[in-house]
Design a protein around this ligand. Structure first.
Ligand SMILES: *Cc1c(COP(=O)(O)O)cnc(C)c1O
Ligand SMILES: [Zn+2]
Length: 432
């Protein structure tokens, strides 16, 4: 643990624990789908402030998430795996902004992490903690990206690992696991089955459990995306501060761990006095996997499970495991949950790539589809500083991208054939 970590607090019953044990969730609800005793990691902000400053972090030459180590549940930057994670670009997207009547739209491209998704931020922490605790094996259940991330980070640290995936996991993600040398257990069942089996196996064999929404430290890794957004905005606006909060952030939601992490990141910065306000956080779900959006609309604390069936596999979740943190993030930031159809998610891939130059997997593009919906609903837009997080690379699901585009023109190998296409499709010819 960092010397600034105070302990853990259950977000359900309020009980506090010390952070040095091997505790994952509170006793009040140890393992019951969405209604779980989620733990929040507490920091001594006063002591942090007297030792570290926004400037000292800003002056760190390490551009990866290691620069934030005092705010992470690790002993120091050397505890993280060698493979750098984070430091992904915040891209200005003026043409995409214009399309939506917005002057200040940015895309945080977390598809550019080493294994191609934001999950690397959490898996870096999981790998560090597995090694610190001397675990023989780090394990996780995943629909794909969390597994690929744990596989890559464990490869970097030489940490043996076991991955539980549903037998239906997408081929690109499975290929990553196999190439990185994980032991891959393809479970004949759903993600929920794989999740429970992984938890049982971790108890049985003393493995370190990275499961999303179960391991409280995953939020701490994911929060670094918020630190980076705020640092990068401060640099872009150049008004002297080291951190600057946007007005609104859009992110897609499955289990709810990422949006909980984004909230925690801005919460930390606010508690430290390094930003002045919390941005509104918008959680975007597919209409075919909308358990959290439904709970938010109904004012419920525990979402009712759904039969999820979205094409965006990374956000296809029946019973969201990080419900408390996700609902808190949206409620306390004054944001909203937004649902978009699978058609709108696929249709978001081309404009994001063509006008924003970011190639996203469906779950990443969903965040942009949510922004389009929110501007139509008058929730966002205009001159507000708005950030869309792309959570995963388009290379994770090339089938979806091909489906979302027009396809290539197949031609004979003659210049005549090219001539015909140039005329038919009015492709511009030389400029004088
Ligand atoms: C995991 C994931 C999400 C959703 O994150 P949750 O923490 O499950 O809400 C969104 N997009 C991508 C690409 C992901 O891998
Ligand atoms: Zn509790």
């Amino acid at each position: 643990m960092s010397e600034f970590t105070l302990g853990l607090r259950c977000l359900r019953c309020g009980r506090e624990y010390d952070a040095h044990g091997d505790l994952y969730v509170c006793d009040c609800r140890p393992n019951v789908g969405s209604d779980i005793g989620s733990l929040d990691v507490l920091y001594d902000y006063a002591r942090l402030c007297s030792t570290v400053s926004a400037r000292s972090i800003g002056a760190d030459g390490d551009w990866s998430m290691a620069r934030y180590w005092p705010l992470l549940p690790i002993g120091g930057p050397g505890d993280l795996p060698l493979l750098p994670v984070g430091g992904t670009p915040l891209l200005a997207a003026p043409r995409l902004g214009e399309l939506n009547g917005m002057s200040s739209l940015y895309i945080k491209d977390d598809g550019r992490n080493p294994t191609g998704s934001l999950k690397d931020r959490a898996s870096a922490i999981a790998t560090s903690l597995a090694r610190i605790r001397g675990a023989a094996v780090a394990a996780t259940a995943s629909t794909g990206n969390a597994a690929a991330a744990l596989a890559g980070l464990c490869a970097s640290a030489g940490q043996p690992n076991v991955i539980f995936v549903p037998e239906s996991a997408p081929p690109a993600k499975l290929a990553q696991l196999l190439a990185y040398g994980s032991r891959v257990l393809a479970v004949r069942g759903s993600y929920d089955d794989a999740f429970d089996l992984c938890t049982q196996a971790c108890r049985e064999f003393g493995w370190y459990n990275r499961n999303t929404g179960y391991n409280p430290y995953m939020t701490e890794g994911k929060k670094t995306v918020a630190y980076e957004i705020a640092e990068q905005l401060a640099q872009l606006y150049g008004d002297g501060g080291a951190f600057r909060a946007p007005d609104a952030v859009f992110v897609s939601v499955g289990d709810g761990c990422i949006i909980g992490g984004v909230y925690k990141g801005f919460y930390d910065l606010l508690a430290l006095g390094w930003i002045e306000r919390m941005p509104r956080l918008y959680g975007v779900q597919s209409t075919k996997s909308a358990a959290l959006a439904q709970a938010w609309r109904e004012g419920a604390d525990v979402p009712r499970p759904v039969e999820a069936s979205t094409r965006a596999d990374s956000i296809n979740v029946n019973a969201p495991r990080d419900a408390i943190k996700a609902l808190r993030a949206v409620r306390e930031s004054g944001g909203a949950f937004i649902t978009v159809s699978d058609e709108a998610i696929l249709a978001a891939i081309p404009p994001l790539a063509r006008l924003g130059a970011v190639f996203a997997e469906p779950a990443g593009a969903a965040a942009y589809a949510g922004l389009v919906q929110a501007t139509a609903d008058g929730l966002a837009g205009g001159n507000e500083v708005t950030v869309v997080i792309n959570t995963g690379s388009g290379l994770k699901d090339i089938g979806a991208a091909i489906e979302a585009t027009e396809g290539a023109s197949v031609i004979e190998p003659t210049l005549d054939a090219v001539h015909r296409i140039v005329e038919e499709q009015r492709i511009p010819i030389r400029k004088h």
